[in-house]
Write a protein that binds this ligand. Structure first.
Ligand code: PLP
Length: 391
């Protein structure tokens, strides 16, 4: 105990303060399990906020990182590189149809920044339409697309030209797209905003409107990508063909990386239009190649679809009066409560299950896609223990 307390105090003494932290020191991970400094095991349904799709320390990802670290760690894009060339081709191969080129970067926010710049560049228009309750990151450009006022207000003025319309409302979107709209940016399932599932007709309608009016369609799959929702990309549920696709989180098995995939309406970008020192570094590319191979060979999207459907049906069977709704797509799952979720997440942690929130009243589960059925059952039992049978 004292050891943990000392580490918590050490970190608290120096950390910026921007994060709300749980009093738990995580020191090791394997698959869907994490261990604290005392050797206590936890079932991880936080999944690094959607990063750990292949599980913690997947042996093939760890081996790829080790091998590449001994050969070449860094190499800017002013040169060519074997791993980077392979990865860019792989990303285009697995991507929804119509995406032809790749810009590599280091995070989700950086992918969104890139997509916004590319949309303005390709259309010569300034406007960006985003959705209420959407989340796209916290750098100034990405934050301008993010909706939540608590994230935005302290940093205003943000980038001009952004408007927010209600999600899943095609009429509102139709009114918002004008002659000066460069792009519409949406998530297929809103993650941070509460696990709100996009309606297929709506998303196809948005795509059609964008095409009719000369605006680009940016889809942010930073959280939904790489098998999370039961398909490699959530776009595939609805046959969507975005002009720009933002990726990050699970792309490289836990190593920081982001990517923007570019469609034919964007084309090849002019030289010097954008850049990033660490973008496309061989270490991250090697990790991403290994992670993509694991996702395909272990058929993790299919696993997410099957286990997700099972998890949702078991959670719906819980029958606590505190539960307003259980919803999800693949292994991106929410329990919306009638009260604040925080105390129940803390109670789950005490029982060895880590889950996260999505807004004040939603418990969110983003387990590694390799989670076992036994662990999934254990999570359902712990949830049943912490949610009261009567109010
Ligand atoms: C997490 C997230 C981001 C931001 O990613 P960072 O790597 O934290 O910058 C952007 N969009 C969506 C949908 C996300 O879930």
């Amino acid at each position: 105990m004292t050891n943990d307390q000392a580490l918590i105090e050490l970190e608290d003494g120096y950390t910026s303060g921007v994060y709300t932290k749980r009093p738990l020191v995580i020191v090791r991970g394997e698959g869907a399990k994490l261990w604290d400094a005392q050797g206590r095991a936890y079932i991880d349904c936080v999944g690094g906020h959607g990063v750990v799709n292949v599980g913690h320390c997947h042996p093939r990802v760890a081996a790829a990182i080790r091998e590449q670290a001994g050969r070449l760690i860094t190499c800017p894009e002013s040169f060519y590189n074997d791993r980077r060339a392979e990865l860019q081709a792989e990303l285009v191969r697995i991507a929804p149809p119509g995406l032809e080129r790749v810009f590599l970067c280091n995070s989700g926010a950086e992918a969104v920044e890139g997509a916004i710049k590319f949309a303005r560049l390709a259309t010569g228009r300034p406007g960006i339409v985003a959705a209420k309750n959407g989340f796209h990151g916290r750098t100034l450009g990405a934050l301008s697309a993010t909706w939540r006022p608590q994230y935005r207000q302290p940093f205003e003025p943000l980038v001009p030209g952004f408007v927010h319309v209600p999600y899943n409302d095609e009429d509102a979107l139709e009114e918002a797209i004008g002659d000066d709209t460069a792009a519409v940016i949406l998530e297929v399932v809103q993650g941070e905003g509460g696990v709100t599932i996009g309606d297929g007709d709506y998303l196809q309608g948005v795509q059609r409107l964008c095409q009719e009016r000369g605006a680009l369609f940016i889809i942010d799959e930073v959280q939904t990508g790489f098998g999370r929702t039961g398909r490699m990309f959530a776009c595939e549920h609805h046959g969507l063909e975005p002009d720009l696709l933002c990726l990050a989180k699970a792309i490289a098995g836990g190593i920081p990386m982001g990517a923007v995939l570019l469609g034919s309406r964007v084309g090849k970008l002019p030289s010097r239009a954008h850049g990033s020192t660490f973008g496309g570094n061989p270490l991250a590319c090697a990790a991403a190649l290994a992670a993509i191979r694991v996702i395909e060979e272990e058929t993790l999207p299919q696993r997410a679809a099957e286990l997700g459907a099972y998890f949702i049906s078991r959670l719906r069977g819980l029958d606590s009066p505190l539960v307003r709704e259980v919803r999800g797509l693949g292994l991106m799952i929410a329990i919306e409560l009638k009260h604040r979720a925080g105390p129940y997440l803390a109670a789950l942690m005490e029982r060895g299950v880590l889950a996260l929130s999505a807004g004040p009243i939603v418990m969110r589960f983003l387990p590694p896609l390799v989670i076992s059925v036994e662990d999934m059952d254990a999570v359902v039992e712990r949830v049943a223990e912490v949610l009261p049978a009567s109010l």
